[in-house]
Design a protein around this ligand. Structure first.
Ligand code: K7E
Ligand code: RUQ
Ligand code: CUA
Length: 643
């Protein structure tokens, strides 16, 4: 009965989010338009990489204009480019469960050097089938996907250490080891949490699981790396200290305080270097894109190194944090850590110097599952009082201020990190989740804007049926008061994003692939290298595209039942000259091939007749001429190959 009362109360609080804050219509000043106006032909000042949530994609926006520049498929198939359809890209979406072309992408991190965004790569998490992906910002392509074993609900991920030494990923659902079944009610004894430390190659960016920590069964929600004085530490918000395994939202919120777990990852790393890691069976896919072969490979790995709870007493410490903390955010100085208890009426700010002292002095308040718990009061810098309802995430500017999102009261609150004084608040329309200041989780914020990513759109845009676009809002934070400038729709549900000065990225952007560097096994580097080969029923067509013809363009001798592989090379050597490739009735893919690249479409003709194919991207005045015919003869016929 009590449980149900709590449930109703909680639902009531969260449903309030659907109410409309006052003054929704008149929140914009007349100069807002000029502040977001980027004249035709001009570039935006910032790139924004915005999570696409359950669309499994990442989108690229220009700021301050809010113009959508590109949608980048990661854990999804994309008919626009053939990603996840072409033979070369299929392995990217392989997992230990087979081909999984969807996921729920929440968090975005641009690679860092010395705690500042360096613009080399973007890392994102797959929340559902636990994966971490890396995109290369030279090509804006997904180049690596690594599955995480013994994890479920890869939510507190993929947060980075200051020099991108590690991508860190904590499990949201505690589970037993992969493949092991226990009665669910034995949760307390048999379930556990894991935190993966994924090593990143300094030059190439290649990821590998360096080690995993086995930790108590808790829900690891979010995390952030320490920096400066807190270098070498990582902070995770956790909830469900009650170890509930049913009606989670309610049971998991009964206690007054949950925990932030502080992890001394430098110490864990030393233990691994000293050979203390234990080998444990694991099954996970590691998929890599080869830029020269223009192809992906997928490898299934079968082992990880782990440190077990009995080894971690001097690695992990618990900090009490009020009611179901969500974001754990570290300020640019690295001294202050903000915990956001979703159901708490205040915002605790912890001081790293006090955490360090408490650990040195062994100033503990008992244990939780064999780990030392620090005293709340002894590590607290202070509390922001009555900040708002339902705090989720905090970002920082370069003037010592913090910006916290409040889901239930649907607002952003600006406060000073040292004085804890509330300075300003603005409504968001409606019910904000994450928010982003450019560089706002690094040592170097660019405190010009904050972008709100909202959970509920309601009536901000023209109705589009029951399903509305998701929505984001851009605010100017350069003055004392925040000012709403712009609404813009997003692709899928936006969670976190990263916003980075365009100057760090744009000059490194690749214009086209050099044809002489193309190492695709089926490349034709000129029309003289085009050909068709047959082995049994497998036919390989080495085809080229250049304005404005496909070579070969008349193909005979294909039979019903053949497996035909069209390896299509775009011979152009210039920026912005892709060609498309489409075959009538092909149910595998339609391709978009970049200059210098080779991609493959697999086609298994089911009926006899004449099948046209053509370039599907308008590429020149003779684009409509860019087409050809295939003659398909009956199975077993002996029409000779002719092209
Ligand atoms: Cu707050 Cu998945 Cu980062 Cu979304 S989580 S809001
Ligand atoms: S054609 S430019 Cu199909 Cu009218 Cu498009
Ligand atoms: Cu090539 Cu149109």
């Amino acid at each position: 009965m009590l449980k149900h009362t709590t449930l109703y109360l909680l639902s009531a609080i969260f449903l309030m989010a659907a109410c409309k804050p006052k003054g929704a219509g008149d929140a914009v000043n007349s100069d807002a338009a000029s502040k977001v106006y980027v004249a035709p032909g001009q570039y935006d000042e910032f790139y924004g990489f915005v999570s696409g949530g359950f669309s499994g994609q990442l989108s690229v926006y220009g700021f301050p204009s809010g113009r959508l520049l590109k949608v980048l498929p990661v854990f999804s198939q994309n008919p626009e480019t053939g990603y996840g359809y072409s033979e070369e890209t299929l392995p990217m979406l392989n997992t230990s469960h087979g081909f999984v072309p969807y996921d729920d992408l929440h968090h975005v991190q641009v690679s860092q050097t010395n705690g500042e965004m360096d613009g080399r790569w973007v890392f994102v998490n797959g929340n559902n089938t636990p994966r971490v992906a890396r995109l290369d910002l030279k090509t804006f392509k997904t180049v690596e996907i690594l599955e995480l074993p013994h994890s479920a609900g890869n939510h507190s991920s993929p947060f980075l250490t200051e020099n991108t030494e590690y991508v860190v990923a904590g499990t949201r659902f505690s589970v037993p080891d992969d493949g092991v079944e226990y009665p669910i009610h034995t949760y307390k004894d048999n379930f556990k949490g894991t935190i993966s430390f994924i090593g990143v190659d300094k030059e190439k960016g290649d990821m590998n699981i360096a080690f995993q920590l086995e930790v108590p069964a808790l829900n690891f929600d979010l995390s952030h790396s320490g920096k400066g004085p807190s270098s070498g530490w990582f902070f995770f918000s956790t909830y469900n200290t009650e170890k509930a395994y049913t009606l989670l939202e309610v049971n998991a919120s009964q206690r007054d305080k949950d925990f932030i777990m502080a992890v001394n990852w430098k110490k864990a790393e030393e233990m691994i270097k000293a050979g203390k890691g234990k080998k444990k069976p694991a099954k996970y896919a590691h998929n890599k894109w080869d830029e020269h072969k223009h192809s992906a490979t997928s490898e299934i790995k079968n082992e990880v190194l782990v440190l077990t709870p009995d080894q971690l007493k001097e690695v992990c410490y618990f900090i009490p944090c009020p009611k179901s903390p969500h974001g754990t955010d570290v300020d640019p100085s690295g001294e202050f850590i903000v915990g956001s208890g979703k159901l708490a009426a205040l915002l605790p700010v912890f001081a790293f110097s006090k955490i360090k002292k408490a650990i040195e002095n062994k100033d503990f308040d008992g244990e939780y599952d064999g780990f030392n718990v620090l005293k709340y009061e002894s590590v607290l810098h202070g509390e922001v009082e009555k900040p708002g309802l339902g705090p989720l995430h905090t970002e920082f500017d370069d003037k010592g201020n913090a910006y916290t999102s409040f889901f239930v009261s649907s607002e952003i609150v600006k406060w000073n990190v040292k004085s804890l004084e509330i300075l300003d608040r603005v409504p968001t329309y409606y019910s904000i989740g994450h928010l982003t200041v450019p560089g706002g989780d690094t040592k170097k914020p660019y405190g010009k804007y904050v972008v709100a990513y909202n959970k509920i759109t309601k009536d901000r845009y023209l109705p589009t049926g029951p399903e509305l676009t998701q929505s984001a809002q851009l605010y100017d934070i350069s003055g004392d008061k925040m000012q709403l400038l712009l609404d813009f729709p997003t692709i899928g549900e936006p969670h976190y994003s990263q916003i980075i000065p365009a100057s760090i990225i744009k000059d490194n952007s690749l214009k086209f692939y050099k044809i002489e560097e193309n190492q695709h096994p089926y490349v034709a580097k000129g029309e003289d290298q085009t050909k068709i080969t047959r082995e049994g029923n497998k036919v390989h067509v080495y085809m080229t595209l250049i304005r404005s013809h496909l070579t070969p363009d008349n193909i005979e001798g294909i039979r019903v039942g053949d497996e035909v592989y069209f390896h299509v090379t775009n011979l152009e050597q210039d920026w912005d000259l892709p060609h498309g490739f489409a075959i009538k009735g092909a149910n595998t893919a339609e391709l978009l091939i970049m200059p210098g690249e080779t991609q493959t479409l697999k086609w298994t003709p089911k009926q006899t007749g004449i099948t046209p194919f053509y370039c599907s991207d308008f590429c020149s005045a003779l684009h409509q001429e860019m087409s050809g015919y295939i003659r398909v003869s009956p199975a077993g016929s002996n029409t000779p190959l002719r092209y």
